[in-house]
Design a binder for this molecule. Structure first.
Ligand SMILES: *Cc1c(COP(=O)(O)O)cnc(C)c1O
Length: 406
């Protein structure tokens, strides 16, 4: 290495040392088995409270078979981007299935399938406001302060002017829109439905009322709600019984749906615009058709009787966990979803607690800045319909023992 390249590495080493000093080093664990309540991680049997597999479908036999069937029919890879040869019958069918399942919030609903939720959010925010001569530079984007990183990145990449409103604060948002009635072009309100690190649900009906009053779009990222919330798991908009052409819905398929990918549903005009313009849709290889085939099978489970049973079981787990967390000396967040955070505070303390739970063979991730604000580091207990009440009894024992330690 030359002298100058050593200097480059020194900068990175200093950066990594800073990460260590602040208790922010992240380490990946290696799963040796399928995602499930009981799994083998780094060679040890553990109870997993880390996944977003809320309905316990990731290892479901029907989905394994559907994935294999899809691979037999369509092969391993798609071979190209959606606009250049990679769009298969499996993708097209899935889009129809998704629009029929979760598109009740808008007339002439159409769905667009993406490889990941991250890419769907980049597409939605960069594309929605980018109309007219200034290419989106006059667009105003109003974003909840706790939005997911992919929404933040999408907003930044859009070149719109970003205005952040305090978390779930509809009055503040209303005032900001009121102050901007004579400014800008397209207006877009952007929010998570279920906030990923807090588990609370955005006031969607009131946000939509504001969006309609000011002629703004309302983009709702339902990554943690799709499959879990609403009748048959149709999602947060169905749960709130909303209906409006202002709504643009993003759902992901790697969480409750147990597979991979994501989708946007909106009025067909919006979706056609995305097909023409969304760079993270156009300039990437279509995901394997077999994956889309497996997601269609997942939708059948989610929307059927088995889905209802799984959601009902999950609801009892959520209630039990709320009671368990209340009994500790730490601060639970008032969440009625499968995301059950326990705020510890400091990074080191949170890491120590996560390590202690690991001794009990429980995997509960420590969430630290920048994912959450400084001083609110937390354990994020993520529940799945694959968990049993016996699993929760073990978590309860461990947490109460640790909580009573001086
Ligand atoms: C997980 C998540 C995403 C990203 O979805 P992927 O399919 O994992 O890329 C987007 N938004 C929210 C709120 C999420 O939790």
């Amino acid at each position: 290495m030359s002298k100058t390249s050593f200097a480059l590495f020194d900068t990175l080493k200093q950066g990594l040392a800073d990460i260590d000093r602040n208790g922010l080093r992240r380490r990946r664990r290696i799963a040796d088995s399928a995602c499930a309540a009981h799994m083998t991680v780094d060679g040890r049997e553990i109870i997993g409270f880390a996944s977003n597999d809320y309905l316990g479908l990731a290892a479901h036999e029907t989905l394994r078979e559907a994935l294999a069937e899809g691979a037999q029919k369509y092969g391993a890879g798609s071979g190209g981007s959606h606009l250049l040869g990679g769009h298969s019958r499996a993708h097209a069918k899935l889009e129809d299935d998704l629009a029929a399942f979760s598109g009740g919030f808008v007339d002439q609903a159409r769905a667009l399938y993406f490889s990941t939720g991250y890419m769907a959010n980049l597409a939605t925010l960069t594309t929605l406001g980018a109309v007219g001569p200034s290419g989106g530079r006059s667009t105003l984007m109003f974003c909840d302060a706790l939005n997911h990183a992919s929404l933040i990145d999408g907003a930044r990449l859009s070149r719109a002017e970003i205005r952040i409103y305090p978390h779930a604060h509809v009055e503040a948002l209303d005032a900001m829109l009121d102050a901007s009635v004579n400014e800008g072009g397209t207006k877009i309100i952007v929010t998570d439905s279920v906030f990923s690190m807090d588990g609370d649900i955005a006031p969607l009906a009131r946000l939509l009322e504001v969006a309609e009053r000011y002629g703004a779009w309302l983009v709702v990222d339902d990554a943690h709600g799709f499959g879990v919330l609403g009748p048959q798991g149709r999602g947060a908009l169905a749960e709130a019984a909303l209906h409006s052409p202002h709504l643009v819905y993003v759902g992901t398929l790697g969480k409750a749906a147990g597979v991979s990918g994501a989708f946007v549903i909106a009025h067909e005009t919006v979706i056609e615009w995305f097909v023409q313009r969304a760079r993270s849709y156009i300039f990437t290889t279509a995901s394997p058709p077999a994956v889309a085939h497996a997601v269609s099978a997942s939708l059948k489970i989610i929307g059927g009787q088995e889905g209802d049973l799984r959601r009902a079981h999950l609801a009892t787990l959520i209630d039990s966990t709320r009671a368990i967390l209340q009994r500790t000396r730490w601060l639970p967040v008032d969440s009625h979803t499968a995301v059950q955070p326990l705020i510890i505070g400091g990074n080191e303390e949170t890491l120590t607690l996560a390590a202690a739970l690991d001794e009990y063979r429980m995997w509960v991730p420590a969430i630290r800045p920048p994912t959450v604000p400084v001083g609110t580091s937390r354990l994020r207990i993520s529940l799945s319909a694959a968990h049993s009440h016996d699993d929760l009894a073990k978590l309860d024992d461990a947490l109460q023992t640790l909580s009573n330690r001086p």
